[in-house]
Every structure is written in structure tokens, then in C-alpha cells.
Design a protein around this ligand. Structure first.
Ligand code: DQA
Length: 157
């Protein structure tokens, strides 16, 4: 993807189950920022960094798998908060591995300070890296990390 101002990249942000309820869902853990606000912050941050950001939220594993398959043709990279599927979904992990799209895993909460079942991520081994525990900022940090990775990769070619 290109634009008059230089080279733009396109990024897909995928939000998994229950993240549509952000703002009202366990605010002591996830904060009071809504998903819509997070998406608007990501789009605005992307514009500053020459990245076109699109976002999809789904409560359904197969929809997320389909979105990852389609992303490989349309996007340079992926930021994913797979929600509870992080800890259960071999299918989402396999989809990322299959299409080999550069992926950053993010979580609002610090999953390692919470219940033991949240300590394992199926996504982490197929991601570039993981950002966990910074609330809505985890997404913005994840976007920055992905863009820096893509830039470094482009410069090495
Ligand atoms: C989460 C952490 C997961 O354990 C949980 O199931 C979520 C949200 C987070 O962003 O902190 O739904 O991914």
C-alpha cells in the first residue's frame, strides 16, 4: 500500500470474545475505556505513524480464524487480543502460524498476575512478542512494536 506522503502499511487489530463489553466489563481489571475508544485511539496513532489501522471484534473462534486467513492478503501485520481464546485456542494459533503474518499479542491485564489458567498463551509462540498489563495502552504499545518490526524488516531487504 502506498500514499503520496510515502510508504503506508496496513494493520489489522483483532479483538476476541467479551472485548465488545469493555467499559462495563470488570472495570477494576480492564479499565473503563470502551472498545470503540480503543479503536479510535489506534486509528489516530496509526495515522501519525503512516499506518492504516482496521479493527474487527468477534466472540466466535471461527470468525477470528477466517479473519486471520484473509488478513494475510490485505494487511502487513496483526495486533491480536484473543481474550480467553488466548488460553484455549490451538485453531487461532495454527491460523497465525499458517499465514505467517507478523503478529503482536496484547492484553489489557497482566495475565501473569492473574489466575494460573491465564498464564499460558497458545498465541505467544507464534507471535513476535507479547505486551500485557498496560490497559488500553497495551494496544498502542503493540501497534508501535509491530510497526517498528515491519520497518526493520523492510530496511533489511
Ligand atoms: C485479556 C486476558 C484474558 O485472560 C481474558 O480472558 C480476556 C482479556 C486481557 O486483555 O487482559 O478476555 O485478554
Amino acid at each position: 500500500m502506498s500514499s503520496e506522503g510515502g510508504r503506508w502499511v496496513s494493520v489489522l487489530v483483532l479483538h476476541g470474545p467479551n472485548l465488545n463489553l469493555l467499559g462495563q466489563r470488570e472495570p477494576g481489571i480492564y479499565g473503563s475505556v470502551t472498545l470503540d475508544k480503543i479503536n479510535r485511539l489506534l486509528v489516530a496513532e496509526g495515522e501519525k505513524l503512516q499506518a492504516k489501522v482496521s479493527a474487527i471484534q468477534s466472540n466466535h473462534e471461527g470468525v477470528l480464524v477466517d479473519a486471520i486467513h484473509q488478513a494475510s492478503d490485505q494487511y502487513h501485520g496483526l495486533v491480536i487480543n484473543a481474550g480467553a481464546y488466548t488460553h484455549t485456542s490451538v485453531a487461532i494459533r495454527d491460523a497465525i502460524a499458517a499465514v505467517q503474518i507478523p503478529t503482536v499479542e496484547v492484553h489489557l491485564s497482566n495475565i501473569y498476575r492473574r489466575e494460573e489458567f491465564r498464564h499460558h498463551s497458545y498465541i505467544a509462540p507464534v507471535a513476535i512478542g507479547q505486551i500485557s498489563g498496560f490497559g488500553a495502552d497495551s494496544y498502542l504499545l503493540g501497534l508501535h512494536a509491530l510497526l517498528r518490526h515491519l520497518q526493520a524488516k523492510a530496511e533489511n531487504i
